[in-house]
Design a protein around this ligand. Structure first.
Ligand code: ACO
Length: 428
């Protein structure tokens, strides 16, 4: 146990003591919650790179050592041994489920896999080329209006039901959005299929022709979802927590998470990586020339760099291996995988990337798996969102249970005009 320390801060000749908070993995933070009331000062930390917004018991990341654990369990073990549903239960409810708990939760997922039939009109309202992330975010928010009894979660049984509804239906929403985008009829979920197999069925079956993927394909999708299931206080998770801090309902909060995830610097990076690899391939551009342009800061090397990981991203390692295994077992060869490897190797040996501690992140190889599964590029961030759903739900729930929870409301240093008199129109 660490000896309790305080940080001393001297401001305008006045010394104040601020408590130091320790986590069980030796993470340390200075508790500045009394700073403003004691001194009138606030902290300024654009991008929150040095700011802990909460205490959380869900996911541990050590960016220097490349460690990621869900509730204490290493990501490598979870990826190899767990299922997505078990991972989701672990994240949300805190422990690996017993066989009975898992069976019951699976039944709940099955019972809730259909969307209300009226929801189909929502899909019809979108243009054919509407981005599936827009559709997913809108549909998740709309879902709340079909389950008004769960807008105000009262107990763990409500929470279980809400979690099951969202985790189950998000997969149906994603597949329906895809079918809409290619002009095919929606394929309804099949209660006899497992979570991932059912999703692939809704994506790729057509009336009278059932898609029956090989086990390796189902396993690769499972692994993809597990690896994406949570990553502590990243931008989308923080968005979910921020929206949730107003006591907004779970459906609205995760819908906001989808919007935050969409950007190219976050979950949208997986499709940006694929566009980049495709561009290099199509234009026959050499890796060396491309990296030169990155180093001139014309654009970023997508799928590289991370706010927290400064050594390696363990998820990228798991996914790189999985991409190779999948392609090998399916007997596929993909030029884009070769380009990705060449890019990785060149970047990892280049001073620009070494000095800035830039390594492949989760998005660098994930798209190559999705491509081998036949999933189109605009759906990549949607796949990320399906995987991340348990993490968002777990954080929303944890926050709602926290007796010290406060509405999130950062401050600012105002740099605008000082007070001035209103100028009437004729004098402007
Ligand atoms: N390619 C080239 N240069 C980069 C990259 C990159 N991918 N990432 C960071 N840098 C450079 C920056 O230009 C900067 O250089 P400078 O010191 O000369 O100005 C330095 O590295 C630090 O960059 P920041 O933007 O300050 O790093 P930050 O921690 O804020 O950003 C981020 C992290 C957004 C992930 C960034 O690395 C990036 O844009 N990567 C590409 C997009 C991507 O892959 N996003 C997915 C991240 S994982 C996820 O969200 C699931």
């Amino acid at each position: 146990m660490n000896e309790k320390k305080t940080a001393r801060l001297e401001l305008d000749g006045k010394v104040i003591e601020l408590p130091v908070v320790y986590g069980p993995e030796n993470e340390v933070g200075i508790d500045i919650s009394s700073l403003r009331s004691q001194t009138g000062f606030i902290t300024l930390d654009p991008g929150y790179a040095n700011t802990g917004a909460c205490k959380s018991g869900i996911t541990f990341v050590d960016g220097e050592k490349g460690i990621l654990r869900y509730r204490g369990y290493p990501i490598e073990e979870m990826a190899q041994r767990s299922s997505f549903i078990e991972t989701a239960m672990l994240l949300i409810f805190g422990e690996l489920p017993t066989r009975e708990e898992r069976t019951n939760f699976r039944s709940l997922l099955r019972e809730n896999e259909l969307l209300h039939e009226d929801m189909l009109h929502h899909f019809e309202g979108f243009p054919p080329n509407g981005h599936p992330m827009a559709i997913m975010s809108a549909a998740l928010n709309a879902l709340g209006s079909y389950h008004t009894d769960l807008l105000n979660i009262q107990d763990t049984s409500d929470m279980r039901l809400a979690a099951a509804k969202i985790i189950s239906k998000v997969r149906t929403i994603a597949a329906f959005a895809y079918k809409k985008s290619i002009g095919e009829p929606a394929v309804y979920p099949d209660p006899n299929l497992s979570y991932c197999r059912n999703f692939l069925h809704m994506m790729f079956s057509i009336p009278y022709r059932m898609y029956d993927p090989p086990q390796e394909v189902v396993r690769a999708l499972t692994l993809f979802l597990i690896v994406h299931a949570d990553h502590e206080q990243n931008c989308s998770c923080s968005t979910v927590r921020m929206v949730g801090s107003t006591e907004a309902n779970l459906f609205a909060s995760v819908s906001a998470g989808v919007c935050a995830l969409w950007g190219r610097l976050h979950g949208g990076a997986n499709s940006a990586v694929m566009d980049m690899l495709d561009y290099l391939h199509r234009e026959k551009l050499s890796v060396k020339d491309y990296l030169e342009q990155v180093k001139q800061k014309k654009f970023r090397l997508m799928g590289f760099g991370h706010r927290v990981y400064k050594n390696f991203d363990p998820r990228a390692r798991v996914l790189k291996r999985a991409a190779h295994d999948l392609l090998d077992t399916l007997g596929l060869q993909d030029d884009l995988l070769d380009i990705a490897q060449e890019l990785e190797e060149a970047a990892l040996n280049d001073d620009f990337f070494i000095e800035r501690k830039l390594y492949p992140n989760v998005d660098f190889y994930s798209g190559l798996i999705l491509r081998a599964l036949g999933i189109p590029v605009p759906m990549y961030p949607v796949m990320f969102a399906i995987g991340r759903m348990p993490g968002w739900i777990a954080h929303w729930y944890e926050e709602s249970q926290d007796p010290n929870m406060k509405i999130h409301r950062p401050r600012q240093i105002y740099m605008g005009s000082k007070e001035r008199k209103y100028v009437p129109m004729h004098k402007r």
